[in-house]
Design a protein around this ligand. Sequence first.
Ligand code: ACO
Length: 466
Amino acid sequence: MATEEQTQAQGSDGAGGSGADTLSITDNRTGRSYEVEITDDTIKAMDLRQIKVNEDDFGMMAYDPAYTNTASCRSSITYIDGEAGILQHRGYPIEQLCEKSTYLEVAYLLVFGELPTKSQLDRWVFDVTHHTFVHEDMKAFFQGFRHDAHPMGILLAGVGAMSTFYPHAKEIDDEEERYMAAIRMIAKMPTLAAFAYRHSLGLPYVYPDNDHSYAGNFLAMMKKMTEVKYEPDPRLERALDVLFILHADHEQNCSTAAVRAVGSSQVDPYSAVAAGVAALYGPLHGGANEAVLRMLRRIETVENIPDFLQGVKDKEEKLMGFGHRVYKNYDPRARIIKKHVDEVLEVTGDNPLLDIATELEKRALDDDYFTERKLYPNVDFYSGLIYEALGIPSDMFTVIFAIPRTSGWVAQWMEMNGDSEQKIARPRQIYTGECDRDYISIGDREGPEKITGPPARRPVKARRGA
Ligand code: ACO
């Protein structure tokens, strides 16, 4: 970045640009101008640091709470064009992957970057299938949870606990250890998820069955009762596999960012992925499909839809399963799920909520309020209906999201580890608290009798700290 003593900004109206891949910035406090390199439509935040008023200042930072306009990494795993409604993994459109691939093949693609050859896929599927069992001590660990423990809380603890069962996983520079950690996490996540579910019902755990596919095995571990062998309906098995493909990765979302941030400390990958599970647990991330079902039940009949939509437009409530931070068009995952809802209901029987959902979508898409704000159905609008049709209770929805997202977390963790530009994640802050106060003896302090908690979002003059 070059610095020039100048008093005027150049090219402020865009006309007369020089064509150089740089950004000129004029600091009106000092009149100095700076030229910052532009790569991939992006400037480096560190290039701002040399913008100072005084030589001993810390230098300018970029302020971006929630990272709404900050790229934290370079990634070649998942591409999203939110305006056009495009989602691709390693360059392959999600529509083609859902139609032609399987979840385990997509997991391989995410982790290794290419579609596997026949022998690579056979080895990958074999390895995953033969690592689905969890250590027997894990069962004792699970039994310590209350009967009503949320299965996502159990899964979170289970994934964290796995790091203690595989202590060599902390050798993150060892290629074989990384491979085994990837295999183990992808293989064992359905087992942990099904155990968490069975625990909440007080039912005995069902061990994995190598005869089944990845999705079929998960259904069997959830559903098997007294029958000698559980045979999943192939149509339901395929629908679940497609849902797994659709949830496998979604670039730098909240949980993936959590995995990368925690993993950047060079902790073992199980602990990093546990951070991803924790982030996904939150209702703003993994829990919206459950809210869609609650909303559809509350609407109750198609006749009540106009009143409901009026309530949304009056900002009394939200149309759950609509809108997305990135997609300003129809979420391509929603389009694919919608197709599978009918197939699943053919097997499981009609669900009156589908009629409400279909009519609700139609009316919202015909309404200027939603189209003007680019509000379209997202992945969660229809996924809850499929899970419900599969007989899965709503507190398991987020757990089922975590199963396939594990391959995305693992792929992103591996990519981060191989990226020489990455360091331990450590954001900066704008300090807004007090400074340089003298300690007050306890007898001289004043304040209310009752502790009310720290004041929230108190606007205080900002101070810069190093
Ligand atoms: N229903 C009604 N109005 C909405 C909705 C909605 N679902 N979503 C956004 N809007 C409105 C906002 O009120 C705002 O209107 P305004 O301009 O009159 O103030 C406008 O659309 C823009 O909304 P933002 O809040 O700026 O959009 P943002 O990108 O911050 O929010 C989010 C995205 C959180 C997903 C939001 O659309 C939402 O809450 N949707 C419902 C919850 C949901 O379905 N979440 C699942 C997302 S997919 C996933 O996480 C796997």
